[in-house]
Design a protein around this ligand. Structure first.
Ligand code: KIV
Length: 299
């Protein structure tokens, strides 16, 4: 058992007012930016929630930043559920949304709805996110009629990495822009509550944001979206790779953790950890008895 398990809970006394899709929609209408971040575990989800972020996405980016895969394709529904449950246990205020991983909504509508239901029923997600445009409209309708809020995802959709031939900015030609606009309207008409716009020119994201009534959340899509999302590990420099152009690092967790771990290793090797003050002690009488020859013999 670790020392942290001896600690009492530091739960704040009063419960925060939970964010809802209605409050998010009001933010769009009143021009107040929506804040979103990914999180994949209890500790980071707690920090993100307590910092007042509106929406926490358990993104399938966890395949890369938590599990070390080269892309998002290998992560399974069960793995996503496992992480979504951990996040759900931490969050009291933000909306918790879960990414449906590749393969979990591509086989049939019934199979996709069944998988989405698992995210709500078994992991407590309040919404699911799916990648793709007009071709997903029927699925968005089915999920919406099953009372599952759906977040769409357009532009650079990482689950299409092989079709796109890599992670490339999308929507750079007139035809591609028209298709994105058509996709955005199709998803909105089908009932999507929000759109993630990823990896597209600022001007295109601004146009989509102006045309649709639902909020847009940008990542690599410029400042004119209704809100912004980043991958938590990008934000704090925990990806071990060159950050993309759109990433701003707000902290250096890699340096922080590295220093902590190296300091610990050094202290253990030099017998500087643990100190006497970090050790438990016998009551004085038992300690004295320990020193008597009788007790020593029995031992
Ligand atoms: O998986 C993810 O983290 C995402 C965000 C980048 C939007 O889809």
């Amino acid at each position: 058992m670790s020392i942290s398990q001896f600690r009492t809970s530091d739960e704040p006394a009063s419960a925060p007012v939970p964010v809802t899709f209605q409050t998010i929609q009001e933010k769009k209408q009143t021009g107040r930016p929506i804040t979103a971040l990914t999180a994949y575990d209890y500790a980071t989800a707690r920090l993100v929630d307590e910092a007042g972020i509106d929406l926490i996405l358990v993104g399938d980016s966890l395949a890369m930043v938590v599990m070390g895969y080269d892309n998002t394709l290998p992560v399974t529904v069960d793995e996503m559920l496992h992480h979504t449950r951990a996040v759900r246990r931490a969050v009291r205020r933000a909306i918790v949304a879960a990414d449906m991983p590749w393969g979990s909504y591509h086989l049939s509508l019934d199979n996709a709805v069944a998988n989405a239901v698992r995210f709500v029923k078994e992991a407590g997600a309040q919404a699911v996110k799916i990648e793709g445009g007009a071709s997903r409209a029927e699925l968005v309708e089915r999920l919406t009629s099953a009372e599952i809020p759906v977040i769409g995802h357009l532009g650079l959709t990482p689950q299409s990495v092989h079709r796109m031939g890599g992670y490339k900015v999308q929507g750079k030609s007139a035809a591609a822009i028209n298709e994105l606009l058509h996709d955005a309207h199709a998803l909105e008409s089908a009932g999507a509550v929000m759109l993630v716009l990823e990896g597209m020119p600022r001007e295109v994201a601004a146009r989509i944001t102006a045309e649709v009534g639902i909020p847009t959340i940008g990542i690599g899509a410029g400042p004119d979206c209704d809100g912004q999302i980043l991958v938590f590990h990008d934000l704090v420099n925990l990806t071990f790779s060159q950050p993309a152009k759109f990433v701003r690092q707000y902290g250096d967790a890699a340096a922080l953790f590295r220093n902590a771990v190296e300091g610990y290793r050094r202290d253990v090797e030099e017998r500087a950890f643990p100190a006497d003050s970090e050790s438990y002690h016998l009551p004085k009488d038992v300690a004295a008895a320990l020193e008597t020859p009788v007790l020593r013999q029995k031992a």
